[in-house]
Design a protein around this ligand. Structure first.
Ligand SMILES: *Cc1c(COP(=O)(O)O)cnc(C)c1O
Length: 386
């Protein structure tokens, strides 16, 4: 019997076999011609997938949190005002990162399952001079999807930079960075980008690079400083070797393979598939009486879902039964509702059968606890809605 389990959590995710094979290729020198080509190609592919032809990509060893850290530590100076639009756990994280770099932080907190209204955001941005505003595209703790374009439109009016935490969204939710005028779109390799964990990925607008160049004080971050990494990105893009910190050669080769897959499919098509699968998945879940954490369909993420356990279901037992069935789902993350819900990742290189398998595991675990529903109904609903 195969003992590999289907990994359906909001990162790490199921990785395409060709990406995994790339991870296993012989480790080369970081200045070997084949690696220089992979690195340079990955930088160019990021601009295409981010839809930011004039942006500056950065590929640095680290997790998504490093990408969050690099974005703001390079742009902020001590005493600058920063606004956090929080839809859950990762808004809280941004507040802590910003505070570490001496920013004056204001948080606009949405209630659980909701977004912050544009009126509130405009009222705050107009009240004082904000250097930047952070937005979580999909907050992985609530499954809430925000609308970065509308926030960016307001931010531009007040000359405030926008930083989009796309860690659970980029390559799964529509984000034409340049058309929407977002200054930084950042992610980690293990979410919708479809690579094992270990890479911080950012694309920075020309405007934000100018803000960084015109800083009056040094960046309060050594490893993550653009001063150290920009020459590296420029060199590899020109197909020249360079060194600051040893790049994770196997991971970057895997990134190249995954970005190529996304690019060959077309980013618009990739995003559209996420939308189609997610919509049908939500209908399926709701058909058997389960409720989503996001309060409205329009603000439900297409890369993942946060779902309340029905009355009387023991969550730990539920996830244990699902795991024994062969699927891994995640528990709650938001501290206020942690034990009341579970999370399903449906992003990256997944297919219809992966979602059908997930629904069947959910039904299996619900049936085991004598939850009252018609067996097979969620799967039927998913198929009908594709
Ligand atoms: C996963 C995630 C992060 C953190 O990424 P790590 O790779 O775990 O550091 C940040 N923001 C969001 C929205 C995430 O989903």
């Amino acid at each position: 019997m195969k003992n590999r389990k289907l990994l359906m959590i909001p990162g790490p995710i199921e990785v395409d076999p060709s990406v995994l094979r790339a991870m296993g290729e012989v480790t080369t020198s970081h200045v070997a011609p084949n690696f220089i080509e992979s690195f340079g190609n990955s930088i160019e592919l990021m601009r295409k997938i981010w839809l930011a032809p004039n942006g500056q990509p950065f590929i640095v060893a680290g997790s998504g949190t490093l990408a969050m850290d690099m974005a703001v530590s390079n742009l902020l100076e001590p005493g600058d005002n920063a606004l956090v639009i929080s839809t859950g756990y990762f808004g809280e994280r941004y507040k802590n990162i910003l505070a570490t770099y001496g920013a004056n932080v204001t948080v606009l907190q949405a209630e659980i399952g909701e977004i912050v209204s544009l009126d509130k955001i405009e009222e705050e941005l107009s009240s004082k001079n904000y250097k930047l505003v952070t937005i979580t595209h999909v907050d992985t703790s609530t499954g809430v999807l925000t609308d970065p374009k509308s926030v960016a439109d307001i931010a531009k009016k007040y000359n405030t930079l926008t930083v989009l935490d796309g860690v659970c969204a980029t390559a799964g939710e529509s984000t034409p960075q340049e058309a929407w005028g977002i200054d930084v779109v950042l992610t980690g390799s293990q979410k919708a980008i479809g690579v094992p964990p270990g890479l911080a990925l950012l694309v920075v607008s020309e405007k934000a690079m100018t803000v960084w160049k015109n800083r009056k004080t040094p960046v309060q971050n050594y490893y993550g400083s653009f001063t150290n990494w920009l020459p590296i990105m420029e060199a590899y893009e020109e197909r020249r070797p360079s060194y600051f910190g040893t790049p994770p050669v196997n991971l970057i080769r895997a990134l190249e393979v995954s970005l190529n897959l996304i690019n060959a499919e077309g980013i618009e098509h990739r995003v559209e598939s996420h939308l189609i699968y997610a919509k049908a998945f939500r209908k399926a879940i709701q058909k058997i009486g389960l409720q989503l954490v996001p309060k409205r369909e329009e603000i439900a993420a297409n890369t993942m879902s946060a779902i309340f356990y029905p009355e009387g279901i023991d969550g730990n037992q539920f996830r244990k039964d699902i795991s024994e069935y062969g699927v891994i789902l995640a528990g709650g993350l938001h501290s206020e509702i942690k034990t009341q819900y579970f999370r399903v990742g449906h992003m990256g290189a997944i297919n219809k059968s992966d979602i059908v398998a997930t629904l069947s595991a959910i039904e299996f675990a619900l049936a085991k606890q004598n939850y009252s529903f018609t067996l097979g109904e969620s799967i039927g609903t998913f198929l009908e809605n594709l």
